[in-house]
Ligand binder design. Structure first.
Ligand code: ADP
Ligand SMILES: O=C(O)[C@@H](O)C(=O)COP(=O)(O)O
Length: 421
């Protein structure tokens, strides 16, 4: 196999497909692996995205796993490394964006890197170091109530500095607007001031395309998926209209959702309003020892032949807080993830071969429970969300889409299947 050009480490599974999607759309042949592979890559690819589930784990574990991914990517010849985190900069008070960035900088002997979650195609823009989600600051968006990573400060320089030992600075929109030479000059000036990591403003894709060439010599880039659109050109790769093709879809259809994000709440409501069958999982019943998995599968079995079913724990912030107050934040999260993952496996046993999973942590749990090791990236359903194809541990071919909590149109859960037919 030829060496890969770009080696990527994603801190969650939906984020990994989001990045792979942008790379594919910009002309790179990209493959996503679930965790760090045991051996060499078996297919030719320009970029590999190693998907970790490290967004909310203890910082030391996240750094250790990211370094293992780095070593594997280096063994496959990666010339540049891309650490992908969320476009809403999801992190706990202790990390993990800062600690993982610094561990990678140290291992790569990289004196400087950038940080920007900007993803204009999904209305994530950075202005003077402040992150906007649509029309509002990150701290005023639905992310302020995220079950695991509530984001209450939109000033990314401040957020990142609180997670880092190295000095954090800013490359603002005026510099970015001037293009490659000005960005390179600013990087040199920041380095002379002792800054090692710079948050970068970006208001639109033009900014990201101007930023790309200025990053050519960096060993490490850290970003959401947006920056990816400006990098393939550095490797002589141009955007190609040849959409990545997946094998034909077959089998039954289902959606499982553990995301409590604003967009997912709308998508669940829209699916129910469209008259499709939906089963709400109640975390308290799982905690009480009910066999919720068996109950859900018994409910789904007769319905699946008539079209997609939805199984969800998705709830509004007040309901999530109440459950977390009773069960604990991590305990509630892990318990619901385990249950949804077991349901996903049970649905595949019932013949589901087209599976939509909503939520990053939830996707990690489901894909791991199914024993999928590698995903081929297919056509985009909505910005940041492609269909993917792979085999589970039993060798069954599955079409899956791992939908980030806040991505996708309201009718995503029906639209996704229509695209495959
Ligand atoms: N009803 C609920 N009450 C408490 N926690 C929940 C509930 N539903 C889901 N969760 C947990 O909330 C977290 C949602 O995270 P995730 O799957 O990453 O979604 P998103 O992509 O929207 O962030 C998961 O750990 C999930 O198990
Ligand atoms: O960058 C993004 O917003 C996504 O790719 C992502 O990482 C979303 O994570 P979840 O909202 O936890 O699915």
């Amino acid at each position: 196999m030829a060496s890969i050009r770009l080696g990527c480490i994603a801190d969650d599974f939906t984020g990994a497909t989001d990045l792979a999607n942008n790379l594919v759309r910009s002309g790179m042949r990209a493959v996503q692996t679930i965790g760090v592979p045991d051996g060499p890559l078996q297919v030719d690819a320009d970029a590999v995205v190693v998907a970790l589930k490290s967004r909310t784990t203890p910082a030391a574990d996240a750094a250790r796993e990211s370094l293992a991914a780095l070593r594997w990517l280096q063994s496959q010849g990666a010339q540049q490394v891309y650490f992908k985190y969320c476009s809403t900069f999801d992190s706990t008070a202790q990390g993990n964006i800062g600690p993982v960035t610094e561990a990678l900088m140290e291992a790569l002997d990289a004196p400087f890197t950038i940080a920007t979650p900007a993803f204009p195609d999904n209305q994530r823009t950075v202005f003077k170091g402040y992150l906007f989600v649509g029309e509002v600051l990150l701290s005023e968006s639905g992310m302020r109530d995220h079950p695991l990573t509530p984001m209450r400060d939109a000033n990314l320089v401040r957020v990142l500095q609180s997670q880092c030992r190295r000095k954090v600075g800013l490359i603002d929109y005026r510099t970015v607007a001037k293009g490659e030479a000005a960005i390179r000059e600013r990087i040199a000036a920041l380095q002379a001031e002792g800054v090692a990591i710079a948050v970068v403003d970006a208001l639109g894709n033009d900014d990201l395309l101007r930023l790309g060439p200025a990053l050519k010599d960096l060993r490490l880039v850290t970003a959401g998926s947006g920056v990816a659109i400006g990098l393939p050109g550095n490797f002589g790769i141009a955007a190609s209209a040849a959409a990545s093709r997946l094998p034909a879809a077959e089998g039954l259809q289902a959606v499982v959702s553990g995301s409590c994000s604003v967009a997912t709440n709308r998508q669940v409501r829209s699916f129910i309003e469209a008259g499709r069958p939906a089963y709400a999982i109640e975390p308290r019943r799982i905690a009480a020892g009910d066999d919720v998995v068996a109950q859900v599968l018994a409910w789904a079995r007769p319905l699946l032949a008539q079209g997609p079913v939805l199984v969800y724990s998705t709830a509004e912030p007040a309901a999530v807080k109440a459950v977390q107050g009773e069960l604990g934040v991590d305990e509630a999260g892990a318990m619901v993830e385990r249950t949804i993952a077991a349901i996903a496996r049970g649905l595949v046993d019932l013949g589901v071969r087209q599976l939509v999973v909503a939520g990053g942590e939830t996707s990690g749990a489901c894909v791991q429970a199914l024993g999928m090791r590698q995903l081929q990236i297919g056509p985009q359903i909505d910005p940041g969300v492609p269909w993917c194809w792979g085999r589970d541990a039993a060798g069954r071919a599955l079409h899956v889409t791992l939908k980030s909590g806040n991505f996708g149109a309201d009718d995503f859960f029906t639209k996704a299947f229509a695209q495959l037919s």
